[in-house]
Write a protein that binds this ligand. Structure first.
Ligand SMILES: Cc1cc2nc3c(=O)[nH]c(=O)nc-3n(C[C@H](O)[C@H](O)[C@H](O)COP(=O)(O)OP(=O)(O)OC[C@H]3O[C@@H](n4cnc5c(N)ncnc54)[C@H](O)[C@@H]3O)c2cc1C
Length: 436
């Protein structure tokens, strides 16, 4: 059989390629950009490497961790593993959540009960919610918004504002009033309800490119030269008589019987939309919609540091600060702003000024930043709103031989690295099974 063709060298496409490689099935990956990685990539900046956005992984990312091992990394070479610790500071109040080394869900119970800055009644209500969710298998009879879910579960104002809502925005990239309660519960289940190690936080110690896609590309090309090629934008899927023939790239037709379309949803909808048999699918993918993520990197003198690696901010525009010291970039602070919001109306200079002012409320001794770089990902993730699960397409398409891989395909997770990786692995596995 001809090599499997993969369109896109993001985390999903690369995960598919690594899985095929492990089963010695030939493949070729076409990537439009000059570097792999897609929405989780590294870029050069002032002699340093920046990521297009600060990424956080958790211990429950089992497939991602498995593939990092496949390409030769020991986890601690590339990731800093920390116990679940969340610190959020506001003007008026703050939250400290620390999970001790106990089996789940005792670690969460202990963390909630010892969150001393929360009123006792709110801690107890949170614990009750955790128990009820555990008993219900983290399932809702009908999807409702995260805000409605928190109200239904009688969560207090302070814990909602300082814990649940920031967690919802950070993980689902969608505001609580529209975010899917069911997907939020899936996240809570996998991050709090399983083994205690699953809720640990994993922070990249190297650039995302070096951690996964660039390194994987070198690994794949060593085994099979030119199996991943860059600057190759696929122009069309080739279909004749309702049968997949291959793809067209640079005006050249490349034949195959099996193709994994591993682009972001917009590009997948565009390519599918030109094929009559896939027009309904294209319309379904388009309905997923999107949400932005903005990341600002503020370069302070190397002596400036935040006490925790990550710090949540309440009440302003900046949501999470990450001290890039962990990646050897002392003084560099990444400020993450997930989902739509008033920050979208600010230009880069206004945004940097505003963020520095917000940081200054907590670190009054810090001078003006020496540099500020803003990276806006307008379509960072799909819009993880109520009812979204019904719209996410499965890997298999109506066209035999054509598969969809990416963070937006059907799965429990919101748009995440692990969701993308699992989707790519699943596609490849189904192809491997079909060839047995
Ligand atoms: C700023 C930001 C912060 C994030 N933070 C986190 C986080 O903390 N934790 C987490 O788990 N997830 C996070 N995510 C989500 C995560 O990055 C994505 O879910 C994941 O990278 C998606 O991977 P993918 O392979 O599905 O798609 P993509 O990364 O979009 O990959 C698709 C690839 O296809 C290529 N392509 C498109 N069209 C063509 C074509 N015609 N021909 C050839 N190639 C093509 C693209 O160039 C791209 O490389 C974040 C995302 C962003 C943007």
């Amino acid at each position: 059989m001809k090599p499997v063709l993969i369109i896109g060298a993001g985390w999903a496409g690369i995960a598919a390629a690594l899985t095929l490689r492990a089963s010695q099935i030939p493949f070729r990956v076409f990537e439009a950009a000059p570097s792999p990685g897609g929405r989780a990539r590294s870029l050069p900046w002032q002699g340093q490497v920046l990521d297009n956005g600060q990424h956080l992984l958790i211990g429950a990312y089992h497939e991602t961790l498995r593939l990092l091992a496949q390409i030769g990394w020991q986890e601690n070479e590339v990731l800093l593993r920390q116990p679940l610790t969340l610190t959020v500071r506001g003007e008026r109040d703050s939250l400290e959540l620390r999970a001790p080394a106990l089996p789940a869900p005792l670690h969460l119970a202990a963390a909630l009960l010892s969150a001393g800055t929360l009123p006792w009644s709110e801690r107890v209500a949170a614990l009750r919610m955790a128990l009820r969710l555990q008993l219900s298998g983290y399932r809702l009879a009908q999807d409702i918004s995260v805000r409605a879910l928190l109200q239904q579960q009688r969560q207090g104002e302070k814990i909602s504002r300082l814990l649940w809502e920031p967690l919802c925005i950070a993980t689902l990239n969608t505001l609580p009033e529209r975010a899917s309660g069911q997907v939020f519960l899936n996240v809570l289940r996998d991050s709090f309800g399983q083994a205690a190690g699953d809720s640990q936080l994993l922070l990249p110690k190297v650039g995302l490119g070096e951690m996964f896609c660039e390194r994987a590309m070198r690994y794949l090309n060593q085994g099979q030269p030119d199996s991943v090629i860059l600057r190759q934008r696929v122009e069309a899927l080739l279909v004749k008589d309702n049968t997949l023939r291959g793809l067209r790239v640079n005006g050249t037709q490349i034949d195959t019987e099996q193709l994994i379309l591993a682009t972001a949803p917009e590009a997948a909808a565009r390519l599918c939309g030109e094929v009559p048999a896939l027009q309904l699918l294209a319309a379904q993918i388009t309905q997923l919609g999107s949400q932005p993520i903005v990341t600002a990197y503020l370069q302070y003198p190397p002596a400036c540091r935040i006490p925790q690696v990550m710090l949540g901010l309440d009440g302003g525009i900046g949501q999470w600060l990450t001290d890039r010291r962990i990646a050897g970039q002392a003084g560099l602070i990444a400020v993450s702003i997930s989902a739509e919001g008033p920050h979208m109306a600010l230009d880069n200079t206004q945004l940097c000024t505003r963020l520095h002012a917000e940081i200054g409320q907590h670190f009054p001794d810090w001078p003006e930043p020496e540099q500020c770089q803003v990276i806006r990902e307008k379509r960072a993730t799909f819009d993880c709103r109520v009812g979204i699960q019904a719209l996410r397409p499965v890997n298999q398409t109506p066209l035999p031989g054509l598969w969809l891989a990416g963070d937006y395909t059907a799965g429990d997770y919101p748009a995440t690295l692990e969701g993308a990786v699992r989707s790519g692995v699943q596609c490849a596995q189904q192809i491997i099974d079909s060839r047995k």
